[in-house]
Write a protein that binds this ligand. Structure first.
Ligand code: MF3
Ligand code: CO
Length: 291
């Protein structure tokens, strides 16, 4: 049960406004959706304006890392060099690389090449080759707030079918974003991403998804990109999450490297691409926080 707040008491969101002038109508609307069977977010998932500012500061560092990678990335470079760029950019701007030591993860960034779907571990022994497609997934903790985004980089002369894959996944996020509006469901967004990719002949990974994010690296909701319209959590103003579909040229099935416990590969060795953005739902749509 939520504690009962007087209408003239300060709002639970910390705005300093009276409850009746702040989240009272919001709470009533949420309760109504809940009574009709919708999954609704708990209060602790709703970001305040101060939280959003904090996430944006963190995101400045995260995006600087990916910008710096873009300047340097080339054939002949090891993925460990990408790790160094991300690590040094983050530290020099006062941040902490969120992946480092996260559940035992050994590096400051994930680098996932070709048939690696996600969570590839940078290594001195892994050298980027002409024609590779590589996802660099960067996450930052700064002043108590997490940011998270990933981009694809194409190395030299990339085959047309792989370029298409990379471009389609980026566009699928745009298709998903069109569905991000308050009081719609996450499943509306996930379904749009799925259909966009499926219609173009690709498969979307089912086992790994996006996530809520803020003062925690990964929090509710879990975000599927193969969901059905009208299902999953209600998107409400202040909900902050990632859209990060992993899309395969072949089948959707994936497996985890038994030795390193992290790297995820496509089952059929087909190429896989991913982009990731972080957003907050607003009163009339969304605001991108990190990309
Ligand atoms: N950045 C990834 C995500 O989008 C998480 C990586 S966790 C790590 O959720 F430990 F592998 F870095
Ligand atoms: Co993420």
């Amino acid at each position: 049960m939520l504690e009962k707040i007087g209408r003239n008491d300060p709002c639970w969101c910390g705005s300093g406004k009276k409850y009746k002038q702040c989240h009272e109508a919001f709470d009533e609307k949420l309760a109504d959706f809940k009574s009709r069977g919708f999954q609704v977010p708990s209060r602790k998932l709703i970001k305040t304006p101060a939280d959003i500012e904090g996430i944006k500061e963190s995101a400045k560092i995260n995006m600087a890392c990916l910008d710096n990678v873009a300047k340097e990335i080339r054939a002949g470079m090891s993925t460990e060099e990408i790790n160094k760029i991300v690590h040094e950019t983050t530290i020099s701007m006062g941040g902490i690389p969120a992946p480092l030591n996260y559940e035992g993860y050994p590096k400051s960034v994930c680098t996932s090449i070709n048939n690696v779907v996600c969570h590839g571990i940078p290594s001195d022994d892994e050298i980027l080759q002409d024609g590779d497609i590589v996802n660099v997934d960067c996450s930052t903790l700064y002043n108590g707030y997490f940011s998270d985004s990933s981009r694809m980089y194409m190395i030299g002369d990339v085959e047309e079918k792989h370029k298409k894959l990379v471009e389609t996944v980026k566009l699928s996020i745009e298709a998903g974003l069109k569905e991000v509006k308050p009081w719609k469901c996450l499943g509306d967004m996930g379904h749009a991403v799925h259909m966009f990719c499926k219609e173009r002949g690709y498969s979307v990974v089912r086992d790994i998804g996006g996530h809520g994010i803020g003062k925690e690296f990964h929090e509710d909701p879990w975000v599927s990109f193969v969901s059905k319209p009208g299902t999953e959590m209600l998107m409400v103003p202040g909900l902050c999450f990632t859209i990060e579909p992993m899309v395969n040229l072949g089948k959707a099935d994936v497996f985890q490297d038994a030795d390193d416990g992290w790297t995820i590969y496509t089952d059929d060795d087909s190429y896989s691409a991913q982009w990731e953005v972080q957003l907050v739902v607003t009163e009339d749509g969304y605001e991108l926080l990190c990309w």
